[in-house]
Ligand binder design. Structure first.
Ligand code: PLP
Ligand code: SF4
Length: 335
């Protein structure tokens, strides 16, 4: 089977062979009829690894995975309230590549690149080239952390921090592990879902050796994103001692139903991952058509509370600029 061959390839080969052609994607899925409603952006173009495409259903124009990656004409519609930097992140940027918004943890953007381009991404307009830590910035980052002893956790983010080579990633681990005040290193990554082979043994071995607690927060929005192979790799990460959590974004027509959320939590748990956050959409320009409003989110949440054990309920949150935490949605407001 062709899918089997694709997912067995080395992750870097899979990364370089990601689909960037709309015509190729639609032809693989036998959905050429969708061509007319596709938009061809000049920035943040289509990008989707074949292992992710292999989890889509051929011929299904409503496929919940396809809808996350196929650029739609609706992206071009300007909607009031949707802006290019909804979280005003540019204001919390004390040194290049470092974001310090939350008291005890900082977020490092170690690469601007992602293996996949999610159409709802709030970072899609972010100027990474102006904000990448250069070699000298690495020293600035260490100095900043050392000067702020309340920081005990570093989050490697991006882009996708697992998009970089092991050599570069391990160099970051070496640098961070040498800072005594740090207890935890966290990765925010979608790669285990879009190219599961990224969780190769050499990576897991290095993470297992860390003196810090290693937390991996994956990003998975729909149960179909976790097939057997993905679940196997995630289980290996768990056996390596990594704490596995998931964050998802509530997306209209993709996962904003009770059935979809219940299936997602259960499939994650079966793969050794606990739900962590369910984000309502950040109002980034081009993504208004994905917004499932707060009223809908609240109704859904009450139903989830009734259907799932407490440990499979993610925290329903909204990120607001200038708040030092992700703000819980007030689920009492609507009743
Ligand atoms: C989400 C986020 C964090 C981590 O928040 P947790 O609630 O600890 O998961 C840290 N810094 C920034 C800038 C963030 O956006
Ligand atoms: S993987 Fe994350 S950062 Fe990258 S495009 Fe998707 S949502 Fe954005």
């Amino acid at each position: 089977m062709i899918n089997h061959l694709i997912t067995q390839k080395n992750w870097q080969t899979q990364l370089s062979e990601a689909i960037i052609s709309v015509d190729e994607l639609l032809s693989i899925l036998k959905l050429e009829s969708l061509r007319a409603q596709v938009y061809l952006p000049t920035h943040f173009e289509l990008r989707v690894p074949r292992a992710f495409v292999s989890k889509m259903t051929i011929g299904d124009s409503d496929d919940p995975l396809l809808k996350q990656v196929l650029p739609d004409q609706q992206e071009q519609i300007a909607v009031t309230g949707y802006v290019s930097d909804p979280l005003a992140e540019n204001e919390h940027n004390p040194t290049k590549g470092l974001l310090h918004k939350y008291q005890s943890r900082v977020l490092l953007t170690i690469t601007g690149a992602c293996a996949i381009h999610c159409r709802y991404c709030f970072r899609q307009h972010f100027d990474y080239s102006a904000n990448m830590p250069t070699a000298s910035a690495q020293a600035d980052i260490v100095n900043y952390i050392t000067a702020n002893p309340e920081i005990n956790e570093v989050i490697l983010s991006g882009g996708d921090p697992l998009n970089v080579t092991n050599r570069r990633l391990f160099a970051w681990f070496d640098i961070l592990e040498a800072i005594p005040q740090l207890t935890t290193i966290r990765l925010h990554t979608r790669l285990p879902v879009v190219i599961p082979a990224r969780l190769e043994d050499s990576l897991l071995d290095r993470l297992a050796q860390s003196r810090c607690h290693v937390v991996m927060v994956i990003h998975c929005n729909h149960a179909n994103e976790i097939d057997t192979l993905t679940a196997e790799y995630l289980q290996r990460a768990r056996v390596a001692g990594i704490t596995l959590l998931n964050q998802a974004v509530l997306l209209k027509g993709i996962n904003d139903s009770v059935a979809a959320q219940v299936a997602l939590s259960q499939r994650l748990f079966a793969a050794g991952v606990l739900p962590y956050y369910l984000h309502v959409l950040d109002k980034v320009s081009g993504a208004a058509h994905f917004d499932s409003d707060e009223q809908r989110a609240t109704e859904l949440y009450w139903q989830l509370l009734a259907e799932l054990p407490g440990y499979l309920i993610p925290k329903l949150v909204r990120e607001l600029p200038n708040r030092p935490f992700k703000v819980p949605i007030d689920i009492y407001k609507a009743i």
